[in-house]
Design a protein around this ligand. Sequence first.
Ligand code: SAH
Ligand code: SF4
Length: 390
Amino acid sequence: MSAKSIAEQADKDVETTKTNLLGLSRAKMEAFVSAIGEKPFRAQQILKWIHHSGVDDFDAMTNISKALREKLKQAAIIQPPEIASQQDSKDGTRKWAIRVAGGSLVETVLIPDGDRATLCVSSQVGCSLDCSFCSTGKQGFQRDLTAAEIIGQVWLAIKSYDAFSQDKRVVTNVVMMGMGEPLLNFDNVVDAMSLMMDDFGYGISKRRVTLSTSGVVPALDKLAEVSEASLAISLHAPNDALRNELVPVNRKYPIKELLRSAKAYIDGQSDTRRVVTIEYTLIAGINDSADMAQDLARLLKDFPCKINLIPFNPFPQSDYKRPSRKSITQFADILTRAGFVTTTRSTRGDDIDAACGQLVGQVADRTKRSERHRASYTETQAVPITIADR
Ligand code: SAH
Ligand code: SF4
C-alpha cells in the first residue's frame, strides 16, 4: 500500500470503515452529516462537542437525540492518537510522544511563555526533504499524518491539562514546526489548520497559526488560495549555492522563486500588515559569518519580513556545531542595524531534552520495544524545538 493510502486508511477505524470525525473540517463535517441524511446544524453541534468540550464519546452529546447518537455510532468514531509519553520541564515546557496508527511516534511540544503558549505540531512521520542539519530528514519519510492525527495533537494537549470548556486557553498559538514538511501533506494540514482557526474548532486567530516550510513553491502558491495562516520560510542561507547544500529542495525551487511565492502569499491576505517570518538556523562556520549576515540583509532588503535566528541544535548523527554566543549576537546585530526585526530563539525544556526528537528515542527505550525498532528511533529522531523568542 502506498504511503498516501496508508494515511487515508488511518483516518478510518482499523476494524471498520467508520469515519473519524476528529479530523473533519467544517466543510467536511457538513458533507458527512448530509451524507447520513441529517440537517447542517448537526455539524456545528458535533464540532463543538469535539473541539470545545473535548468529547470523544457520542453518548456525552446531550443535545443530540439518542436515535441520532446511535446512528452516528454506526457511521463514525472520534479517535484521537494515543499519548505514548509525557514529560514536563522545570520551565513549564511539556512534551509528548504521540503514537499514531501503525505504531510510529511523532512529537508535540507546548511552550508556555508569559500570556502565550505555543504548541509545536508535527505533520508527517519523518520527512523526505533531507535538509543537512535536520534529524527528521535523516530518518527519511514514513507517511503523512492524517488530519485527525494533526488536529489530534491540539486536542490531546488541551485534554492533558483537563482544560476543555475552561476560559483560560492552554494553547494560544500553533506552529507547524514539528516533524515533517507541512506543504507535502497539503490537504490534511490545510484541514487541520482550518479547524485550529475555526470558531467551531479552536478559534485561534490566523496570526497565531503558523505554517513553516522549507520551500515547496507550487504548494505554497496553492496555499494562498485556501489558507490565511501565518507563514514562516526556512531560508538558512543567503545564496543558492549554500542553500542547495543545506536545503536540497532549493535545487528545484531556488531562493528567488521561493521569495516570490512567499510575497505573493502575504500579498493575497486581507490583513495588509502581515510579514513573513524568515527562519535561519545558525551553524558554526557554515552560514554564521558577518559576511553572510550582510548578504542576508541585502537579499531581504525589500522583502516584508522579520527574522528568527535558530542556533543549531546538535544531534548525534551530525557534525555541525552551534555557533558561539558571540557570533550569534554579531549576526543578530548586523541584521538589527540593517533595520530588520530580529529575534534569536532560546532553547526551552532543556531538562527534558532540548532536542525534541530525543524524547521519542527514550520512549522506545523505556517501553523495551525491539532492538531494531529502538535503533530506528534513536538513530533518526531529534527534531530541535526552540520556539520561544528571547
Ligand atoms: N519542514 C518544515 C517545518 C519543520 S522544521 C521546515 O523545514 O520549515 C522547523 C524548523 O526547525 C525549520 O526552520 C528547520 O529548518 C529547523 N531545524 C531543523 N533542524 C534543526 C536543527 N538541528 N537545529 C536548528 N533548527 C533546525
Ligand atoms: Fe524536512 Fe523541515 Fe527537516 Fe528539512 S528541516 S528535513 S523540510 S522537517
